[in-house]
Design a protein around this ligand. Structure first.
Ligand code: ADP
Ligand code: MP5
Length: 268
């Protein structure tokens, strides 16, 4: 019999798409989880063929196969938190919502991925409705960027006040906390957290780096890692922004488009 010391680690499941270039999606999520001290697992919603210049193809899994992946994970290694990223169809969203509510999953972070940094649309119209109706109400926090917050709130965002208004609309309508990220058009590195009728700003340092492929995936996975480790939502957001800034500041430069960040910047 083995009598050595057994170790435990907090666990996080990412339900998202694969990015063949390794900078966003599942690949970014797992690297982020490793760097943030949790054990990462994945249920893949779709394969994408993409690189730093764009997405050339999307090949979704069947709803049955997505359910099998989620069942395999939950029936053996129960995740302490779940991050949901790109889900390209309403049908797949319905499977995720059904399975996660069956397992009473906790600490769900929803990154409502709609359009890639390179400008490609990553989900269909039906998926937007299903995301609002089924995933947002399960979320501990949703992390839209400005264009996504506009779609979810139905208002146009041109100022910091608009960010607060949009986050309030989404939070009240769907009953979840909302982290509205700057970084697009406004407030580059400053994000707004709206929860329980109140809000606070997280002021990040703006890093002059054109390589921002996967920033949203990385932030939401780092938040999920923090929640799994028992940090409060505010602490998890603070730590996630610190990690993201470090990964951007490492100034990795790969590919001819908007390249990936250095997820392993703390590793010598
Ligand atoms: N140039 C930058 N310097 C520092 N932080 C940034 C920069 N651009 C974006 N961020 C931060 O990166 C995170 C992800 O934001 P964003 O790029 O909007 O995500 P998405 O990939 O979903 O569009 C946010 O916390 C945002 O504030
Ligand atoms: C598979 C997949 N998921 C998500 C994104 C969004 O990436 P970003 O974090 O840059 O918005 C992506 N490009 N590919």
């Amino acid at each position: 019999m083995y009598l050595g010391r057994h170790r435990r680690r907090k666990t996080v499941l990412t339900i998202a798409g694969s990015d063949s270039s390794g900078g966003a999606g599942i690949q970014a999520d797992l690297k982020t989880m490793l760097a943030n001290g949790v054990y990462g697992m994945s249920a893949i919603t779709a394969l994408t063929a993409q690189n730093t210049t764009g997405v050339s193809g999307i090949f979704p899994v069947t709803p049955e196969f997505l359910a099998m992946q989620i069942d395999s994970v939950f029936s053996d290694i129960r995740p302490d938190a779940v991050k949901i990223g790109m889900v390209s169809s309403g049908e797949l969203i319905r499977v995720i919502a059904e399975r996660l509510s069956y397992y009473k999953a906790e600490n769900i972070v929803v990154d409502p991925v709609m359009i890639s940094t390179s400008g490609s649309r990553l989900l269909d119209e039906d998926a937007v409705g299903a995301l609002k109706e089924l995933l947002l109400p399960m979320a501990a926090v949703a992390t839209p960027n400005i264009p996504e917050a506009e779609v979810l709130s139905g208002i146009c965002i041109r100022s910091s006040e608009d960010m607060v208004r949009a986050a309030e609309i989404i939070s009240r309508e769907y009953g979840c906390a909302v982290l509205c990220k700057g970084g697009h058009r406004l407030n580059d590195a400053n994000d707004l957290l709206y929860r329980d009728g109140g809000f606070c700003w997280f002021m990040g340092r703006r890093i002059d780096n054109p390589n921002t492929h996967g920033t949203g995936c990385t932030l939401s996975s780092a938040i999920a890692s923090g929640l799994a480790r028992g940090y409060s939502l505010e602490q998890a957001v603070e730590r996630a922004k610190e990690y993201l800034s470090g990964a951007l500041e490492a100034m990795l430069d790969l590919g001819s488009g908007s390249g990936p960040m250095d997820h392993g910047f703390q590793i010598p």
